[in-house]
Design a protein around this ligand. Structure first.
Ligand code: OAK
Length: 826
């Protein structure tokens, strides 16, 4: 790293450029064992990563010291999923060192972009729930909230999606193959977790409520942590991830000596499978058992760690709920409630009532769904085998709870059956959401409509019983990652207009942009930013699919998991309608559009995998048609993830949020897109409603049934009637049936057609006409460039509410009742 040119002296919170450069050279030499002359790309990346990471370590140490000193109430966030996104750029920004890297890299003849290519995204989640967890951690650190996130260090994260003949193929995501420079192993804090075995009465307990569990299998949980820095503050929190390791005795040396190599490591494989993959396929018994093992492994390790931390500064149990608040991210970690009861009653010998009072005051539960099939239940038979003591505890909790119910509603057996934690028919199962509500102080939904529907439908009896337990906390997203990092051009323009970067930690200040929506010069610059972002996206699309798209076309994006309720098929019917119109009237003056899909389907979700195949088939047909492709391009970008989102979102003009009303709990992509100036076309579902309330009805393309109308229609719905009544709809469905997208094969996509005309579970045909008309209105609006840009600016200006900082503040005020702890600055 020769200092070829003189550089300005820079001193910031990140230190000086000289010190940074010195550390780089030293890390290259001592950490990677190489020199500038012989360093490879990965050497360069790892060295940069640890040099940046080390700048956070001092802050972390000061944060830990401040927390130790203050002995505050901590938030412990338990989640089976985290989608953290790439770390390098974030940590450069948060440490103020990005400015050093460019000149140094330039001298060395590498670009930051080249180095970033080695920065792997930890894909430890599936979708919205996992990304929300990451946004909340970012905001907690930014707001100086003492918090720790707990999760599983899956060896293989969410599968990598590729397409073969248009069909999704899943490849393993071996994300740590080249090492992960962002994590610190913490072997001293390892824990031991038991499974299976039997229970027996505790000798000295007349109540019979205390028992002894002797597990038949034990597994070690080894933690490592990643740093979670706050923005604009010295606070650095951590996320602690557990990996399963076999206990040392698991290796059978005598079998190995006898040449039985497979058998010798059998127990090791069995134990380590627990953290092997994110959500293994649960369509088989074994799959389900492994999944439940994962859940218990996470909560058992985390609770022991929480108690260890509590005991560093506190004695006795009375203060536990005052110092510990545990947030359950959906039902996956809900066994924590029974595990805390087991620890308090069986191991720490508290009496049941006191333990229950402590437990209930410690936990809170966030629900992230309305779909009945997403509400977890576990068979009693499996629980009795895998976690026999926990099953007994669930029975006791339920017994006392139902006594309470009986006292409130004497003689109402139906109510008891509906509220019970145990479902009796058709087989005995434990309802995890019920256990979560019974064992928590607060229960929250993630958008206003969602919370209302939870209280009116899914959890109605509970909301009647305990109305004060139910809260709404509308989701939010971090503006650091989804505006500042994803969209540096727009960020610069905003900062220039507002005068400083204060909006990054006080997002409602964006409302001051509203005045600029009438300034033609500002609109021009806004458009220019969007165009440059679209050029970047165009390059990415071409690189990964070979499809050449026009950066001046309307960029219409639908990015989210493939699921029937989200209705990618409704979007596809619109695309096919445009295709049919262009084929019929080649001369028509259609607004040029690029329709971009991104998303994965669960490996076992055959209907959605077939739909992915259809999207790719339609894309192929559209993009190779000489007439149609002049106006329309369709792309399904493979392997949608957080990094790809960061490229797509800044380039989007139109945000597709078209779920059947009453099905999408909140959505968070809708917020990210609006904040980056995309205009939404959407239904009255999830947080769309709150977005529309804020941006104004005139800046939002609304269509379709509302949640109540959807429920009413479902009762007597006949999709065929819509098909027969609407010639354009008929033509679109017939096109799929005819085999034009399958080289004449009429059978390939027949199941898609059958599902639409048969039951059409999510009422896509009912909403089709309103949707297509709304899309025509979109096209009309797009032609008026100033009108569109004004709408775009107003979407960004008026969605500051959707910062996850506001979300975290609401959790603090309504649920957690925690106070910030200030950390000494650098
Ligand atoms: C995943 C597994 C079980 C239950 C829910 C989910 C999930 O990802 N839900 C999603 O959570 C997001 C964050 O709250 C919401 O924005 C999405 O609407 C919801 O589908």
């Amino acid at each position: 790293m020769t200092d070829a040119r003189p550089r300005p002296k820079m001193r910031t919170v990140g230190g000086t450029l000289e010190a940074f450069e010195q550390d780089l050279i030293s890390n290259l030499y001592y950490q990677r064992g190489t020199t500038l002359e012989s360093a490879s790309g990965p050497d360069g990346y790892h060295t940069l990563a640890v040099t940046v990471r080390d700048r956070l370590v001092g802050r972390y140490a000061r944060t830990a010291a401040a927390h130790y000193q203050a002995n505050p109430r901590f938030v412990y966030y338990l989640s089976a999923e985290y989608l953290l996104g790439r770390q390098l750029r974030q940590n450069l920004l948060y440490t103020g060192t990005e400015q050093f890297v460019r000149p140094i890299a330039e001298d060395l003849g590498v670009s930051l972009e080249e180095l970033e290519a080695y920065d792997v995204e930890p894909g430890l989640g599936n979708g919205g729930l996992g990304r929300l967890a990451a946004c909340l951690l970012d905001s907690m650190a930014t707001l100086d909230i003492p918090a720790v996130g707990y999760g599983i260090r899956y060896e293989f994260g969410i599968f990598k999606q590729a397409f073969r003949d248009g069909a999704q193929v899943e490849r393993p995501d071996d994300w740590t193959f080249y090492g992960n420079p962002w994590e610190f192993p913490a072997p001293d804090d390892r824990q031991v977790v038991g499974f299976y075995g039997s229970t027996a009465p505790a000798l000295d307990d007349p109540s019979g409520l205390r028992r002894q569990w002797t597990p038949a299998e034990t597994v070690r949980g080894e933690p490592s942590h990643m740093l979670v820095p706050g923005y604009g503050t010295p606070t650095v929190n951590i996320i602690r991830l557990w990996q399963a390791r076999a206990s040392r005795e698991s290796f059978d040396l005598s079998r190995f000596g006898a040449g039985q190599y497979k058998e010798a490591v059998e127990d090791i494989v069995q134990a380590e499978n627990i953290s092997k993959v994110l959500y293994p396929d649960d369509s088989t018994e074994q799959g389900r058992e492994l999944r439940l093992k994962q859940q218990y492994f996470l909560v058992a390790c985390s609770l022991r760690d929480i108690i260890r931390r509590y005991r560093l500064r506190n004695t006795g149990w009375d203060a536990f709920p005052a110092k510990v608040v545990i947030q359950l991210n959906d039902t996956h970690p809900v066994m924590a409630i029974t595990e805390l009861m087991r620890l308090l009653v069986d191991e720490y010998r508290l009496d049941w009532d006191l333990a229950w009072s402590i437990t209930r005051r410690t936990f809170n539960y966030t629900c992230h769904t309305l779909l009945p099939e997403a509400l977890e239940t576990w068979s009693v038979e499996l629980l009795e085998r895998l976690l026999p003591r926990h099953m007994e505890i669930i029975y006791s909790i339920n017994h006392f709870f139902l006594q309470e119910v009986a006292a409130t509603y004497p003689g109402d057996l139906d109510k008891m059956r509906r509220l019970s934690i145990i479902q009796e028919y058709p087989e005995k199962r434990v309802r995890m959401a019920h256990l979560a509500v019974v064992g928590s102080t607060a229960v929250n939904g993630v958008a206003e409509l969602h919370t209302r529907l939870l209280a009116e439908t899914t959890l109605r009896d509970f909301a009647e019983l305990w109305p004060q337990k139910f809260h709404n906390v509308t989701n939010g997203v971090t503006p650091r990652r989804f505006v500042r990092l994803a969209n540096p051009r727009l960020s610069e323009l905003i900062t220039e207009r507002l005068g400083d970067e204060g909006w990054l930690t006080d997002l409602e200040r964006l409302d001051r942009l509203a005045g600029a929506a009438d300034d033609p010069a500002f609109l021009e610059r806004w458009r220019e930013v969007k165009r440059l972002n679209k050029v970047d996206l165009t390059h990415q699309v071409e690189r990964s699919t070979g499809v050449v798209v026009d950066p001046d076309a309307l960029c219409d994006v639908m990015i989210k998991r493939f699921h029937e309720y989200k209705r990618q098929h409704l979007k596809l019917l619109h695309v096919i309608t445009l295709f049919n119109r262009l084929r019929e009237m080649p001369e028509m003056d259609m607004v040029p559009r690029t329709v971009l899909f991104g998303g994965k389907a669960a490996p076992g979700y055959h209907a959605m995998k077939l739909l992915i195949r259809l999207v790719n088939a339609v894309a192929e047909t559209v993009n190779t048609d000489p007439v149609v492709s002049r106006h329309l391009k369709v792309v399904l970008l493979p392997d949608y993830n957080v990094s790809r989102a960061q490229v797509i979102i800044p380039a989007a003009d139109l945000s597709e949020q078209i779920s059947l009303a009453g099905k999408e709990a909140s959505g968070t992509g809708n917020m990210k897109l609006a904040l980056n100036g995309a205009v939404t076309i959407g239904t009255l579902d999830g947080a769309n409603i709150e977005i529309r309330d804020r941006v104004g009805a005139e800046n939002f393309f609304l269509f379709g049934l509302d949640a109540q109308q959807a429920v009413d229609l479902r009762r007597h719905y006949e999709p065929r009637a819509y098909y027969e009544r609407d010639p354009e709809l008929r033509a679109a469905v017939d096109a799929i049936a005819s085999g034009v997208f399958a080289k004449g094969d009429r059978s390939l996509f027949a199941p898609v057609v059958d599902a639409m005309l048969g039951r059409d579970e999510y009422l896509a045909l009912a909403d089709y006409r309103a949707y297509v008309e709304c899309q025509d209105a979109v096209a009309t609006a797009w032609r008026d460039r100033d009108r569109w840009t004004r709408m775009s600016v107003l979407n960004a200006a008026r969605t500051g509410f959707f910062s996850s900082d506001r979300t975290v503040r609401e959790y603090c005020d309504k649920i957690w009742r925690v106070d910030p702890v200030r950390v000494e600055p650098d």
